[in-house]
Design a binder for this molecule. Structure first.
Ligand code: NAD
Length: 300
């Protein structure tokens, strides 16, 4: 029998969790949005409500539908809010011990029937499934950034993921308006296995002075028809997240070609996380728009 999903728990109210909460609420699900503090959970909900309001202003959604969807997102600073969830999507920081600990706690709190999905960009679904204590009900559900805009969800089966869990996850992704691909549980799956080495190479080119950040990005936008250049995209993803993914690729695949560029490490050490911190390869204003370029630690 198909699994009925009405109540969704989303862990992590950052750019991905907030976006996933938004599209789930638009699809009629009741969503608990959890983060480590009440303020962060609320900020995730507010960001989703603001995007919904903008959709209504532009005539892409009725004002009533935007209002209703916004009211289906409930911020929470306690994981116990997920006790009645049918399905949980985890979108916290890209750090394996943090994710494993969260799933261990969720296993104690949630119904034994609830499905757990991780939105990890790169970490082993089989290992997280084992840590969760419910590997048959565990799966990878990798949304792209920003979730309300990007059409793809990579679905990753762990070694013990059941057919029912897989079917329920694909059907949830379709309900959220997404197209799925199914990929094997390997470091970085498909999209980031291919994307991150390109971003890393762009950072090496910048570090070696082959081109400036705007020239590298314009080159790749106009020269290869990508909507964003690799350094702009790295800033959107988050440089901390890019570094974490490259480390998983490097460790997991064991090849030098995945070694993170030193400049990326330096920027993360300096707290330049990209758009979300206001500075990465570019500088950003409060509205998220570019205001300048970072040149080896100085800004112009
Ligand atoms: N940024 C992207 O382009 C992208 C795309 C696909 C998947 N992902 C993955 O999604 C996840 C989240 O990425 P993001 O870009 O939203 O990051 P983010 O930095 O915007 O947000 C992470 C959120 O998780 C919260 N958090 C950290 N530890 C927590 C914990 N123990 N419990 C609850 N909340 C916790 C933080 O407070 C923050 O609000 C990562 O696994 C990332 O790899 C990111």
């Amino acid at each position: 029998m198909a699994i009925e999903i009405q109540r969704l728990g989303v862990a992590g109210g950052g750019q991905m969790g907030s976006g996933i909460a938004q599209i789930a609420a638009q699809a009629g699900l009741e969503v608990s949005l959890y983060d480590v503090t009440e303020a962060l959970a609320r900020a995730g909900m507010e960001a989703a409500r603001q995007r919904l309001a903008r959709l209504a202003e532009r005539g892409n959604l009725s004002a009533a539908a935007a209002q209703e969807a916004g009211s289906r997102i409930h911020p929470a600073a306690q994981l116990e809010a997920f006790a009645r969830a049918d399905f949980v999507i985890e979108a916290i920081v890209e750090n394996e011990p943090a994710k494993a600990e969260l799933f261990r706690r969720l296993n104690e709190i949630c119904s034994p029937k609830a499905i757990f999905a991780s939105n990890t960009s790169s970490i082993s679904i089989t290992r997280l499934g084992a840590a969760s204590g419910r590997p048959a009900l565990f799966i990878g559900m990798h949304f792209m950034n920003p979730p309300p805009v990007m059409k793809l969800v990579e679905v990753i089966r762990g070694l013990e993921t059941s057919d029912e869990t897989y079917a329920a996850t694909r059907s949830l992704a379709e309900r959220l308006g997404k197209t799925t691909i199914t990929v094997e549980d390997a470091p970085g799956f498909v999209v980031n296995r291919i994307l991150l080495p390109m971003i890393n190479e762009a950072i090496f080119a910048l570090q070696e002075g082959v081109g400036s950040a705007p020239d590298i990005d314009t080159g790749m936008r106009l020269g290869t028809n990508q909507p964003m250049g690799p350094l702009e995209l790295a800033d959107l993803i988050g440089l901390d997240t890019c570094l974490a993914i490259l480390e998983v690729l490097h460790r997991g695949l064991g090849e030098d070609k995945y070694r993170p560029c030193a400049l990326l490490r330096k920027y993360v050490d300096a707290g330049f996380f990209g758009r979300k911190s206001g500075r990465g390869f570019y500088l950003y204003g409060r509205d998220g728009k570019k205001t300048g370029v970072t040149v080896a630690g100085t800004s112009t």
